[in-house]
Write a protein that binds this ligand. Structure first.
Ligand code: FES
Length: 108
């Protein structure tokens, strides 16, 4: 699979998660305070909760259900109850297009 456009860069509001589904894979896209766009697996590893409904704090997104905060850089939860990481995806910015290939998981 090749990277596909998931949204426009100008559509992303700082620290506001957006759920996208390239190739049927649920991914949360977040533009951080430095303007860097991150893409991590959307489903909390502790439960079937969408991280796009969570709260961004610095370089983490916190699951609203039980408070595990996942790193936007590594996908690793910073606190319990979740202990397994979510995948991190490579993001390509092409003009105003945000592109993600859901088959390419970032080595972190
Ligand atoms: S479902 Fe996300 S921390 Fe429990």
């Amino acid at each position: 699979m090749t990277a596909e456009r998931v949204c426009g860069l100008s559509e992303l509001e700082q620290d506001t998660p957006l759920r996208v589904d390239p190739g049927g894979v649920a991914i949360t896209v977040i533009k951080d305070g430095d303007g860097v766009v991150h893409a991590i697996g959307d489903t909390c590893t502790h439960g079937e909760i969408s991280l796009s409904e969570g709260f961004v704090e610095g370089d983490t997104v916190e699951c609203w259900a039980h408070g595990s905060a996942f790193s936007l850089i590594t996908g690793v939860p910073q606190n319990l109850p979740a202990y397994e990481p979510v995948p991190v995806y490579v993001v390509v910015i092409d003009g105003d297009d945000v592109l993600i290939d859901p088959t390419v998981i970032k080595e972190v």
